[in-house]
Design a protein around this ligand. Structure first.
Ligand SMILES: NC(=O)c1ccc[n+]([C@@H]2O[C@H](COP(=O)([O-])OP(=O)(O)OC[C@H]3O[C@@H](n4cnc5c(N)ncnc54)[C@H](O)[C@@H]3O)[C@@H](O)[C@H]2O)c1
Length: 361
């Protein structure tokens, strides 16, 4: 229990309230206050929470600063609307709080630079972005096969496809629809965070954004909101392609997100195929492993826990976890580089792009 870190919880929508319970259940963070602009809704939604230690209904605030003035905390978890994330991250870092924010921390380069500027002034603070699709059994097995001799050996090329169907016509002015570039930041992120976890940042990206209008699904031709296609170049000229669309096929229940992705990856010692939870490893023309593992958990519950634990370890200064913090930042950089390439119709060097984004003012 000594390891429990007091923290401020931002957001009280459905997803956020589920995360609150998940964090409470880990027993390594203690929520000391909750922040949301809508206090009434927060009060109501807190009834869904099983937590006896502190009566959070008496500790609802409209800003992180107000909450922090009244209640001592060391960290802050943010799960609010994406368009408010950048300002909330900045407020949290300025309050000297280790900051965890669900994707996407920023909607554009200006916001991202502002956050990183604050972070760079406080090198002792952890800044972690939550991407929850890379921790499930199926993804971890894929990462293992990509990176081991027993798996595919050195990667020589690969591809990932994602065809989610998202009907956004129900949501008025949803972030996904009205902010340019949100396809990569809010959908492709679920697959490409896995690629970063396995292989790190590529050297280059060339990308094209789909330009699809669909009144039926609510797509409005806002740049980079519908889908995208790109090719990454890893060292030694190793290519990796990605194709993703929101306007794809559904299942008999009317909805299929297929966040995990469909993958084919070739290596010097073998090849792998993955469809969601099913993975097959081939060597010399034969399938040598064929497994069906758990991918997405209901409500993404178990998918969230590893990154909450990593955030805790980072605060406790476990240096082995540093790569995960870096991966979470690199994922944002990669997604925005995909947007940048599509925007300016050029091949982007990730090294140069990242350097510019992280440059101190
Ligand atoms: N797979 C995933 O990682 C995944 C899945 C679902 C949702 N999400 C993300 O989680 C976040 C929260 O989801 P949700 O369903 O709970 O959202 P929601 O839209 O139901 O609720 C957002 C809440 O944020 C509050 N808010 C907005 N601006 C604020 C501000 N400046 N200060 C304080 N509170 C503010 C609103 O009042 C609202 O209660 C979203 O960014 C969403 O994209 C991620």
């Amino acid at each position: 229990m000594n390891n429990t870190i007091p923290y401020i919880h931002v957001g009280s929508g459905n997803f956020s309230i589920q995360r609150l319970q998940i964090i409470i259940d880990t027993n390594i963070f203690t929520p000391v206050a909750i922040v949301d602009l809508d206090k009434k809704k927060t009060y109501k939604n807190l009834s869904k929470i099983n937590y006896k230690k502190i009566d959070l209904k008496k500790r609802i605030f409209k800003t992180i600063s107000e909450a922090h003035k009244k209640h001592e905390a060391k960290a802050c978890f943010i799960f609010a609307s994406s368009d408010s994330h950048a300002n909330l991250c900045i407020e949290s870092l300025r309050a000297n709080l280790h900051t965890y924010c669900v994707k996407s921390v920023a909607l554009n380069k200006i916001q991202f630079k502002k956050i990183m500027n604050e972070k760079n002034k406080r090198r002792n603070l952890v800044f972690f972005q939550g991407y929850n699709n890379q921790w499930n059994e199926a993804s971890l097995k894929m990462q293992e096969w990509i990176n081991s001799k027993d798996g595919i050996g050195q990667m020589i090329g690969g591809k990932c496809i994602c065809w989610g169907r998202q009907d956004l016509s129900r949501l008025k002015n949803d972030d996904h629809l009205v902010n340019p570039g949100m396809f990569f930041h809010t959908l492709a992120c679920h697959q490409l965070s896995q690629l970063i976890a396995a292989k790190g940042l590529p050297n280059y990206v060339t990308s094209i954004s789909h330009n699809h209008v669909s009144s039926e699904l609510g797509y409005k031709k806002v740049f980079g909101t519908t889908g995208g296609q790109c090719i990454f170049e890893y060292p030694n000229n190793v290519p990796f392609s990605y194709i993703g669309s929101r306007a794809a096929h559904s299942n008999p229940y009317g909805f299929a997100s297929r966040w995990s992705g469909q993958w084919i990856i070739h290596g010097k010692n073998g090849d792998l195929i993955r469809q969601g939870g099913r993975l097959t490893l081939y060597k010399k023309g034969f399938s040598v492993r064929d497994v069906y593992l758990k991918d997405l958990d209901e409500k993404l519950k178990t998918d969230e826990i590893p990154q909450i634990k990593i955030f805790h370890q980072l605060i406790k200064k476990n240096k082995k976890m540093k790569k995960f913090e870096e991966n979470s930042i690199n994922t944002w950089v990669l997604l925005e580089a995909c947007n940048e390439s599509a925007r300016i119709k050029k091949r982007i060097s990730l090294k140069d792009f990242k350097k510019k984004l992280l440059k101190n003012k």
